[in-house]
Design a protein around this ligand. Structure first.
Ligand code: SF4
Ligand code: SF4
Length: 454
C-alpha cells in the first residue's frame, strides 16, 4: 500500500487504573480496575509488557501482545478521558432496574459472640412489615430486571417462617414480572441442616457466609450460645453433613482473627483442609476483628494495621497451599463497583424487623442511619437528605479517591461508615495490598490448573 493510504498509527497510553505485580514464576499479573481484567504474562513476556505499560505506544495495526493489552483495557487511546469514564461508571449506580434489599428476618440471635456489635432490642419481623415487603416487591417487580435479597439478623434462620413466607412471595412476584431473583444469607450455621439447605436453595439462596473462628476451644470461647455452651461441634457437623450431599451451594467459611488467635488460626487451616480441601463449594475467608461499636470493643485484642495486612494474605496463601479455595469475595471486590458497600448504593436498603429503613447494617442505632420506614401498603418513606449522606460521601468530595488507581472498583465508598466516623479514606484490604491480592489470586489459579492437570 502506498505510504499515503496507510492509516495513521493510533497512540495508546497505559490506563491510570492499572496495577502490576511480579509473581513467583518470574511472570507478571496485571489488573485494571475499570475493565475488571486480570491477566498473567510469562517471564519471557515480562519486559515487553512492562515496557509497553510504562509509556506511549504507537500502533496502526495492533497485534499480539499489544492487542491483548488493548482488549483488556490495560492500554487506552491517548485521548481517552479516564476520569470521565470513572465518573460515568459511578453514575451508573443510579440505574433503577436492579435492587438489593437486606432483610432482618429477626434481630434476635441465639449466639453471644464476644466481638459482636449488636444489642438485640427487637425480635422476629412483624407481620405488618412482612405484608409491606410483599406489596413493595410486587409493585417494584414491574420495572425491575433483578432483585437480590440478603438475609441478615440477628440470626436469620431463627425466623424460618419469615424467610419461607417472603421467599415464596418474592419468587411469585419475580415470575409474574419477569424479574431475576437471587439471594444470599449470613448465618451462624447452627441451624443449617441438609433439609434447610435444600429448602433455601429452592428459594434461590445460594451463597452462605458462616463464621468459624478456629479450632473448637478457640471458637467456643468466642462464639458461645446466649445461655452458655459451645457451638463449634454443631456448626461443623452441619457443614460435614452438607459436604456429604451432592447439593450445589457456595459456603464461605469466615475466620475472624485477632491478636489472641493468630497461631490458632494457622493451626486451624490444615484442620479445615483435612475436611474440605478439593471441594470447591467450601471457601475460606480470613478477616480481622474490628471495633464496630460493641460493648466489648475496649477489651478486644484487635490487630494493628500491619498485622492485619500481613495475616490476611499469609492465611490466604496457607489456604491455597492446603488445597482449599480462597473466598471469591477477594476477586469480586476487584471488578468495577465491586468494592462499593451496599450502604453507598442508591438502590439498596436494609429493612429492620420493625419496618425501619437503614443503609448500614452496623450503625443500626445511629439516628443518621435511620432513613425512614416501610408501611403496610408497601410505601417506603425515606428521608432523602439522610440517603444522600450515604450515597454521595465517596469520591465526589475526595481528590485522593478521584486520582486513585482503584477508583472504579471502590468509588471511595468501600465503607461510608468508616469515613463518617473517622474522616479517613476507607480503602479495602485488597487495595491496600494490591500486589499481595493479585499474587494470591494467581496462586489460586495455578493451584486449580495443577489440580486439573493431575
Ligand atoms: S458502611 Fe461500612 S460498616 Fe456499614 S455496612 Fe457498609 S462496610 Fe459495613
Ligand atoms: S477509598 Fe481508598 S481505595 Fe477507595 S477510591 Fe479512595 S483511595 Fe481509592
Amino acid at each position: 500500500m502506498p505510504q499515503s493510504q496507510q492509516s495513521a498509527p493510533s497512540v495508546w497510553k497505559p490506563s491510570r487504573f492499572n496495577a502490576i505485580t511480579e509473581v513467583d514464576d518470574g511472570g507478571l499479573v496485571v489488573f485494571n480496575s475499570y475493565s475488571g481484567a486480570i491477566a498473567s504474562f510469562s517471564k519471557e513476556e515480562r519486559e515487553q509488557v512492562r515496557g509497553t505499560l510504562s509509556g506511549l505506544t504507537m500502533a496502526s495495526d495492533p497485534q499480539g501482545l499489544v492487542q491483548h493489552l488493548i482488549e483488556h483495557g490495560f492500554l487506552v487511546q491517548e485521548h481517552t478521558d479516564e476520569l470521565q469514564r470513572a465518573t460515568d461508571l459511578h453514575q451508573s449506580m443510579n440505574v433503577t432496574d436492579t435492587m438489593h434489599l437486606v432483610l432482618l428476618s429477626t434481630e434476635a440471635c441465639s449466639f453471644r459472640c464476644n466481638y459482636c456489635y449488636e444489642t438485640f432490642p427487637r425480635g422476629r419481623m412483624e407481620n405488618r412489615v412482612i405484608t409491606g415487603l410483599k406489596h413493595y416487591v410486587q409493585q417494584k417487580a414491574a420495572t425491575l430486571q433483578h432483585l437480590h435479597i440478603s438475609w441478615h439478623g440477628g440470626e436469620p434462620l431463627l425466623a424460618w417462617d419469615v424467610i419461607a413466607e417472603l421467599s415464596t412471595s418474592f419468587m411469585e412476584a419475580a415470575e409474574a414480572g419477569d424479574m431475576q431473583y437471587s439471594a444470599d444469607i449470613a448465618t451462624n450455621g447452627y441451624y443449617l441442616t441438609v433439609e434447610k439447605m435444600q429448602q433455601l436453595l429452592g428459594w434461590n439462596v445460594n451463597r452462605f457466609m458462616i463464621t468459624v473462628d478456629g479450632p473448637a476451644e478457640v471458637h467456643d470461647q468466642r462464639r458461645s450460645l446466649a445461655g452458655g455452651g459451645g457451638t463449634y461441634e454443631r456448626i461443623m457437623s452441619n457443614l460435614i453433613a452438607l459436604q456429604a450431599t451432592h447439593l450445589s451451594f457456595d459456603i464461605h467459611i469466615r475466620i475472624n482473627f485477632d491478636n489472641s488467635t493468630l497461631q490458632a488460626v494457622e493451626a486451624f487451616i490444615p484442620e479445615l483442609a483435612r475436611q474440605f480441601a478439593g471441594d470447591e463449594r467450601f471457601k475460606v475467608y480470613p478477616r480481622p476483628v474490628g471495633c464496630m461499636g460493641g460493648e466489648n470493643d475496649l477489651q478486644l485484642p484487635v490487630c494493628d494495621d500491619r498485622t492485619k495486612d500481613e495475616r490476611i494474605w499469609s492465611y490466604n496463601e496457607q489456604v491455597v497451599n492446603e488445597g482449599l479455595q480462597i473466598s471469591s469475595f477477594v476477586s469480586e471486590i476487584l471488578v468495577p463497583g465491586g468494592a462499593v458497600c451496599y450502604a453507598a448504593k442508591p438502590n439498596s436498603l436494609i429493612v429492620g424487623s420493625d419496618g425501619k429503613l437503614y443503609k448500614c447494617s452496623v450503625a443500626i442505632e445511629e439516628e443518621y442511619n435511620q432513613l425512614g420506614y416501610l408501611d403496610e401498603e408497601g410505601q417506603a418513606h425515606i428521608d432523602l437528605d439522610k440517603m444522600l449522606l450515604w450515597t454521595t460521601s465517596g469520591e465526589e468530595k475526595d481528590e485522593n479517591c478521584q486520582a486513585c488507581f482503584f477508583r472504579p472498583a471502590c468509588q471511595g465508598n468501600h465503607c461510608p461508615l468508616y469515613r463518617m466516623r473517622t474522616g479517613n479514606r476507607p480503602c479495602s484490604y485488597e487495595k491496600r495490598q494490591i500486589k499481595k491480592t493479585l499474587r494470591t489470586i494467581w496462586l489460586q489459579e495455578e493451584a486449580v490448573t495443577a489440580a486439573f492437570m493431575k
